[in-house]
Design a protein around this ligand. Structure first.
Ligand SMILES: NC(=O)c1ccc[n+]([C@@H]2O[C@H](COP(=O)([O-])OP(=O)(O)OC[C@H]3O[C@@H](n4cnc5c(N)ncnc54)[C@H](OP(=O)(O)O)[C@@H]3O)[C@@H](O)[C@H]2O)c1
Length: 323
């Protein structure tokens, strides 16, 4: 199965020149876009797409999220896509593009990333979109040696959730063949207003952080993550196939450097790192540098190219924006 994703991705690399040259979609009409999952990142995407005049429908699981999105003018359906009937309800209608972006949170990863995805892909069979985007994770690389991670490398996931995410990628690749074009985005840690765990720990005065001081970290600012999805949506190729893109900022950074920079801004001494402390669930022992060269070749450019720009902007926000 692993080969399928790789082969599909390699075939598609040749398409990138074509992708990069298409600044906007051909169709001057509004695009109908279905967002399966519309949380922290994709709600920003939804606002961007609506501002362009696209017809956007969102699917969420809870009434609370639906109410919030409706107050922002979005058309919202409530469905739990882990069930086939709900997934059919979520996908009813015809769409040029579908973005699948669910998070398992602390719940069952297989049900969210594989079962729900399968139900959604089944439901879309009746009226397949031109483009399907899957929001995945760089955790599939599984590297812990500090080396670079490129899309051409065979993923070697270690954490159970990362293995499941790779299975989901393989499902997308297998299903898109000859039906629609697909893009898989492998996101690094998404951060921004109200979601900046590393910054918060230091803000709250934690003096000891888990892991090695020289561990590489990768992140992407929420709005740049939304812009990356938008970029790939608007560059819909005519052929079918599947392409993979790392979605991360320009500058992997060692956690000691990030912590020292933040503490300098906070006027605090930098923390100590404890290699023996168990890693957080988010990091799970990862140590890699993620390349965004392929995504950048599409014309996407991050507004927050590194942690200094991103955390600098967050530090300048008034306190009620803090996590
Ligand atoms: N956050 C990160 O650092 C990070 C890192 C790597 C990859 N990613 C990936 O990037 C994407 C965006 O992440 P995010 O943090 O912005 O997402 P998020 O805020 O956690 O939002 C997830 C969305 O999915 C919906 N959802 C979850 N389970 C569902 C289900 N079974 N049926 C229908 N809807 C369901 C949620 O609805 P409710 O609000 O109603 O529950 C919410 O709208 C996700 O695919 C995530 O896996 C994130």
């Amino acid at each position: 199965m692993r080969k399928k994703v790789k082969r599909c991705d390699e075939e598609d690399r040749s398409r990138q020149g074509l992708l990069a040259n298409r600044e906007t979609r051909d169709d001057p009409d509004r695009m109908r876009i279905l967002l399966i999952g519309c949380g922290y990142t994709v709600s920003v995407l939804a606002a961007r797409l609506r501002a362009r005049g696209d017809a956007v429908s969102a699917v969420v699981r809870t009434e609370t999220s639906a109410t919030l999105l409706r107050t922002r003018g979005l058309s919202v359906r409530i469905a739990d896509c882990r069930g086939a009937a709900d997934a059919r309800h979520a996908c009813s209608g015809a769409y040029e593009a579908v973005v699948f972006s669910l998070s398992a949170g602390g719940g069952d990863a297989r049900q969210t990333y594989v079962d729900a995805l399968r139900h959604v892909l089944d439901a879309l069979e009746a009226s397949p979109p031109r483009t399907f985007l899957f929001a995945g994770s760089a955790s599939v690389y599984g590297r812990a040696d500090g080396g670079w991670a490129h899309e051409t490398m065979p993923p070697e996931p270690v954490a159970p959730a990362a293995r499941i995410l790779l299975e989901a990628e393989e499902l997308v690749a297998a299903r898109c063949a000859s039906r629609f074009s697909a893009a898989i985005l492998r996101f690094s840690a998404i951060y921004g207003p109200g979601r900046a765990h590393f910054l918060d720990r230091l803000r709250h005065g934690e003096a000891i952080l888990p892991g090695r001081a020289d561990t590489w970290m990768n992140r992407i600012y929420r709005d740049d993550a939304a812009a990356a999805i938008e970029r790939l949506l608007l560059q819909t190729p005519s052929e079918t196939g599947c392409a993979i893109f790392n979605a991360t900022d320009d500058e992997p950074a060692r956690q000691e450097d990030v912590a020292a920079w933040i503490c300098g801004k906070l006027g605090r001494p930098p923390p100590r790192f404890d290699e023996t402390a168990p890693p957080t669930r988010r990091r799970a022992g990862a140590n890699r540098r993620l390349s965004n060269a392929r995504l950048r070749a599409t014309g996407w450019a991050p507004k927050f190219p590194n942690y200094r720009e991103g955390f600098g902007a967050l530090l300048a926000l008034p306190a009620h924006h803090h996590s």
